[in-house]
Structures are given as structure tokens and as C-alpha cells.
Design a protein around this ligand. Structure first.
Ligand SMILES: [Ca+2]
Ligand SMILES: [Ca+2]
Ligand SMILES: [Ca+2]
Length: 325
């Protein structure tokens, strides 16, 4: 089932494209109202959280079970062994609450929403209370290509350490991020039920984040995670901020979190920097502008400003300064 998410995301794209076409002979079935469906999903998730408990083994393999009042277990909501957290995500006009649990945050690198992650996971269809998919062997996914709920939660975790074995023995992942997410259907498959996934079912994933790959979507030599950052020339009032216990987020000059700013687009041509091979629109490719004296490319932290200095952390790097060639 390694390509499960990819297949589903392609399927979603096909459905979206099909729904835009007026040449179809049959009327598409109307989607349910997102707000109404979210209300129903949240009620189901809340019930699940109050009527089930969670355990995990030493390697963070998670088991869900129905709460028995005399069984000596606490519900997911009241268990003091972990904290039930939540975050809010705006999508399709709905402020979705996503409950999640951080059994362990991880110690190494944290993905952004545009990166690839290597995860082991188990998915539960809440309507059927049954596992619909799992990967015990870690699998690679590109976060932009899977259900949106994943990118909002998995980016709160870090990878861990990898110890290669000898002769196929002793290989181990340690200190990786491990948790659980409870997704309303609007952040999962919504109407696109398939196989063991019911249409309009909230779903639950337990997961372990083993490894990641930072991606460079436009191949200009600057990682996408860095192309989304501070651009003091274009928008001095909007800054990216990292919160160790939260996702990358944006704040204005009062410190308030800004939620409706699109990805950074320095030259304002409609292509965000992470998809633009000439970020400042000066007709010199970014890849050319960030060449170092040896002919290679500067790492992001070493890209100098127009004057050649790389000491000020808030400098305008030369590739996003249209006055600098
Ligand atoms: Ca790039
Ligand atoms: Ca642009
Ligand atoms: Ca340029």
C-alpha cells in the first residue's frame, strides 16, 4: 500500500478536474456542506476520544481500544500519560480543530509542509473503527501530495537518529517523533471514500517520523523551506517565525499571527519564490545569482547581500534583491 496516498491524491485531482468540466453527461453528486460535515465529524471524534484509550509499546507502535469503565484505563482525553493537544486550520471556509498527541517530538530535523517525509503509520477509519491502511516499514511521501491534515500535524514533529547496522543487522531509528492525529474528513478524503475508507469518515493516524528530505521544488538551488522565509524588501511587516512546539507561521509587526498571506512572491509575478527560478525578476536566474567563488552554490545561510556580506541574519540576500546582479 506504499502508493496509497499518491493514488488517492491523484484521484482527488481527477475528481476536482472532472467537477470543473461541463462536458460530463451526468451531473456530479453534490458535495456535502463542509461546515455541516465538520460539525458531525467533530462530534464523532469527541465521542471516540471519550470512549477509547491508547497504549503504545517501547517503539511507539500504537494500539487503540474501547474504554471499559472497570478496565483501569483512562480515556484519550483524560489520560495523564500524554497531553491531548489541538490546533486550528482554516480550509474551505471552516476552522477545523485537529486533535493530536505528541508522544515524543523527535530530536533532529523538522519538515515543512512542502517537504518529503519517511514514516511508518497506521490509519483507522473512525466510522468503522477499523484499520484501513498501515505501513510498518517506513514509506516516503511528499507532503504537498497527500491529504492536507498530514502536513498540518507532521510538521510539529522532528526526525530522530539513524544507526546503520552491519550485515543487515542492528539497523535502528531512535529518538524519532511519534504521535497520533485525529482528522475530520474535510482534511482527509471527504467524499472520496475508497476500499476500506468510508466517504465522509473522520480518520485517525498513528505515525512515526523517521526521516525527511528538504525539497527544492523549482530546482534553483535554494531549498523551498528557505524560499518561504523573510523577505524584508517586499513585505517588511510580515515575518516568518519558527516555534519549536508549533509549525512555521507568519506574524505581522505587532506580533499577531497572520493566516491569509500566500507563499512569498518577491517579484510579485504570481509565482511564489519556491516555484520561481528568478525570484527577484531581474532576468538573472537565482541559480546564477547564488554561485559562490568556487562555482558551486552558496548554502542559504551563506548567501551574501549585494555588498558581499553574509553577517547580518536579516540581510536581503542578493537573489531577492532586484537591484543587485
Ligand atoms: Ca528552490
Ligand atoms: Ca515570483
Ligand atoms: Ca534573479
Amino acid at each position: 500500500m506504499n502508493n496509497f496516498f499518491k493514488i488517492l491524491s491523484v484521484f482527488v485531482i481527477c475528481v476536482v478536474v472532472a467537477s470543473c468540466s461541463k462536458t460530463s453527461s451526468a451531473d456530479p453528486i453534490a458535495l456535502r456542506d463542509y461546515k455541516e460535515q465538520y460539525t458531525a465529524d467533530l462530534a464523532l471524534i469527541n465521542t471516540y476520544i471519550d470512549t477509547h484509550y491508547i497504549t503504545h509499546d517501547a517503539d511507539y507502535n500504537v494500539t487503540f481500544d474501547t474504554l471499559i469503565p472497570t478496565g483501569g484505563h483512562s480515556s484519550i482525553r483524560t489520560d495523564t500519560a500524554f497531553q491531548l493537544r489541538d490546533t486550528t486550520v482554516l480550509q474551505n471556509g471552516v476552522n477545523y480543530k485537529i486533535y493530536f498527541i505528541k508522544f515524543r517530538e523527535g530530536t533532529k530535523n523538522r519538515p515543512t509542509q512542502v517537504d518529503s517525509v519517511n514514516v511508518a503509520y497506521k490509519g483507522i477509519n473512525l466510522l468503522k473503527s477499523a484499520t484501513f491502511d498501515q505501513a510498518i516499514t517506513p514509506t516516503w511521501f511528499r507532503l504537498p501530495e497527500v491529504i492536507s491534515g498530514w502536513s498540518h500535524i507532521i510538521t510539529n514533529f522532528h526526525t530522530g537518529t539513524y544507526t546503520p547496522g552491519t550485515g543487515g543487522n542492528g539497523t535502528s531509528f531512535d529518538n524519532f517523533g511519534a504521535g497520533v492525529m485525529f482528522l475530520p474528513s474535510g482534511l482527509a478524503y471527504y467524499s472520496n471514500g475508497a476500499g476500506n475508507i468510508s466517504s465522509y469518515s473522520p480518520i485517525i493516524f498513528s505515525f512515526k517520523l523517521y526521516e525527511l528530505r528538504y525539497r527544492d521544488q523549482d530546482g534553483d538551488g535554494v531549498l523551498s523551506k528557505d524560499e518561504r522565509k523573510l523577505d524584508p524588501l517586499v513585505n517588511p511587516l510580515i515575518r516568518w517565525k519558527e516555534n519549536p512546539s508549533d509549525n512555521l507561521y507568519k506574524i505581522d509587526n505587532t506580533g499577531a499571527v497572520v493566516t491569509d498571506v500566500p507563499f512569498l512572491d518577491t517579484d510579485g509575478d504570481g509565482y511564489a519564490n519556491m516555484y520561481d527560478i528568478d525570484d527577484d525578476g531581474d532576468h538573472v536566474l537565482t541559480r546564477v545569482e547564488i554561485k559562490n567563488p568556487l562555482g558551486g552554490l552558496y548554502l542559504y545561510n551563506m548567501i551574501p547581500d549585494c555588498g558581499g556580506s553574509a553577517t547580518d541574519p536579516n540581510r536581503v540576500r542578493k537573489h531577492i534583491d532586484a537591484a543587485c546582479h
